[in-house]
Design a protein around this ligand. Structure first.
Ligand code: NAP
Length: 248
């Protein structure tokens, strides 16, 4: 079977399946980050070449099931898999961790996409914006001369960036204490994040709550409606044992 990876859940699924007799697993990574965390077992790295390339790969490698365990914002590969897997006659499941939920004391504004986040921030009062939306989403903030930006990415960004920017290179996981200290140190007035979900990058939300820092939360892109979705590694393993058991 093929796991479309690049997440902690994908690595956990590869590890769970590695222990199952008679299951051969290939994990696929896009190759975006240098020195990626690798799953156990067989790994391939790099794009497939669009829907046609993925469809060909599935047939050529005689893949019998695909789990799309990519990041909730990796919408292109998810859309490609939703077409390529049925094309190749392969059952497909999406493993997607739940999104974050606002709780008491949070000051979140949800926006549909990164462009809306940039427009909201640019129209707001001067201050320091903490951007944790990834290095490829910086261009939409490049025209904003009225705010300071603290940008945290795994690898250094390329391309257009906010003109008044401090770059922090880090990949987590993060602690609430560390995130609180960071928000204080940079006098952050607004945090901008994608609704990635999961525990690894959640500490910033607790820190923002504690310091009453407003959060601009970018909503997830929609999932293909015709594909079953589970939220846990156990449920994905269960699906592989009895395909078709996931809710669509
Ligand atoms: P994307 O926009 O959905 O995909 C762009 C292209 O990258 C795809 O068309 C595909 O190329 C290739 N690709 C993506 N994921 C792949 C995979 N697992 N294996 C092989 N090729 C893959 O993806 P993205 O947002 O750039 O994310 C790339 C990877 O980073 C994903 O594996 C994702 O899980 C991980 N990631 C993404 C984010 C995020 O915020 N987007 C955060 C953390 C981790 P072809 O068309 O040539 O097949």
């Amino acid at each position: 079977m093929l796991i479309l990876g690049g997440t902690g859940e994908a690595r956990a699924l590869a590890a769970a399946l590695d222990a199952q007799p008679g299951v051969e697993v290939i994990s696929s990574l896009a190759g975006r980050v240098t020195d990626p965390a690798l799953p156990v077992g067989q790994v391939r790295i790099g794009g497939f070449g669009g829907v046609a390339g993925l469809s060909y790969y599935l047939s050529d490698e005689k893949i019998e099931a695909v789990v799309d365990a990519t990041h909730p914002f990796a919408a292109t590969i998810t859309a490609h898999a939703a077409v390529a897997a049925p094309d190749a006659g392969c059952p497909l499941l999406i493993l997607r961790r739940p999104g974050w939920r606002e709780s008491g004391g949070d000051r979140w504004t949800r926006v549909p996409d990164i462009v809306a986040a940039a427009a909201l921030v640019a129209a707001g009062p001067p201050g320091t914006i903490f951007l944790t939306t990834g290095r490829r989403d910086l261009a939409v903030f490049a025209g904003d001369w009225s705010h300071d930006y603290v940008v945290r990415t795994v690898d250094p960004p390329t391309g257009a960036q906010p003109p008044r920017m401090t770059l922090l290179l880090d990949r987590g996981p993060y602690s609430v204490e560390g995130e609180t200290a960071l928000l204080r140190q940079h006098n952050v007035s607004v945090l901008v994040t994608k609704d990635s979900g999961g525990a690894m990058t959640m500490a910033k939300l607790a820190a923002a709550r504690g310091l009453a820092v407003p959060v601009v939360m970018v909503d997830r892109p929609p999932l293909p409606v015709e594909v079953g979705v589970v939220e846990t590694v156990d449920a994905a393993v269960q699906w592989l044992v009895s395909p078709g058991s996931a809710e669509g």
